[in-house]
Design a binder for this molecule. Structure first.
Ligand SMILES: Nc1nc2c(ncn2[C@@H]2O[C@H](COP(=O)(O)OP(=O)(O)OP(=O)(O)O)[C@@H](O)[C@H]2O)c(=O)[nH]1
Ligand SMILES: [Mg+2]
Length: 224
């Protein structure tokens, strides 16, 4: 996986990120951590690790991911969380599927057969179900877990999507735009672990409303 870069957005993850990087060491991947310059606790917690830090000029999850993707120099990248919820063992399965079948975007899923999540709440489960259904009905998206955002992709394709969401609307903007651009999409089974420590950054209702509003704008081709 020499041509794969991990894009890791991080916000106040001093308790989790060092453990995530320890677990990733044997895979010897290029790693970009995208965070705010004033997040000194997270920055100090990883000062001994071999990874590149990319500092945000703005704030937000989507802002971090867009900046990260724009800084990727390898053929492929994968969005990877800083909280320990993604299992690095799944990377090689996704990578093989992506390269062998010439896929452009592969979306991890917690809701296919033999998949699960230790991190889901009832609200996130129901929210995700509804947003995934909206994706299917209104955007003809055949993915099974729209909000998970464990995505491995061909870098050139992602850079062409014109992604603009600064917030968690990124989770729906990317798959919708990838589908509209006719890229080759598939899913990969995943098991989401609980975050190692620290606080969840998603505010279920506030971010849920923002995501819904972005989906409506995307449906009507309005600027988000
Ligand atoms: N740079 C940056 N990273 C963020 C921001 N919000 C979230 N993240 C990171 O994005 C990843 C996903 O955020 P989480 O808080 O884990 O979201 P979640 O998986 O829905 O919530 P949990 O149930 O707590 O796992 C984590 O690595 C966060 O540190 C942000 O505003 N800026
Ligand atoms: Mg998480």
């Amino acid at each position: 996986m020499h041509d794969l870069t991990l894009v890791i957005p991080a916000k106040n993850e001093r308790e989790s990120l060092p453990g995530v990087l320890d677990e990733l060491k044997p895979f010897n991947l290029k790693i970009l951590i995208i965070l705010e310059k004033n997040d000194t606790e997270t920055i100090n917690s990883i000062s001994d690790y071999d990874c590149e830090l990319v500092f945000q000029k703005n704030k937000g999850y989507g802002d971090a991911l867009i900046l990260g993707i724009n800084n990727v120099l390898t053929k492929y990248f994968c969005i990877f969380n800083a909280d320990g919820s993604f299992d690095p063992k799944e990377l090689s399965i996704m990578y093989q599927k992506l390269t062998f079948n010439n896929i452009d975007f592969i979306f991890g899923s917690r809701y296919e057969k033999n998949c699960s999540s230790d991190d889901d709440t009832l609200v996130t489960f129901i929210g995700n179900f509804i947003f995934t259904k909206i994706g299917k009905i209104f955007f003809n998206l055949k993915i099974t877990d729209i909000l998970y955002t464990f995505i491995m992709a061909r870098t050139t394709c992602a850079k062409k999507l014109g992604l603009a969401s600064k917030d968690f609307s990124f989770c729906v903007e990317l798959p919708i735009k990838a589908k509209r651009a006719n890229y080759k999409i598939c899913t990969s089974k995943s098991y989401e672990r609980a975050r190692i420590a620290g606080e969840k950054k998603v505010s279920e209702f506030k971010d849920g409303l923002k995501i819904l509003s972005s989906m409506i704008k995307l449906f009507f081709n309005l600027k988000i």
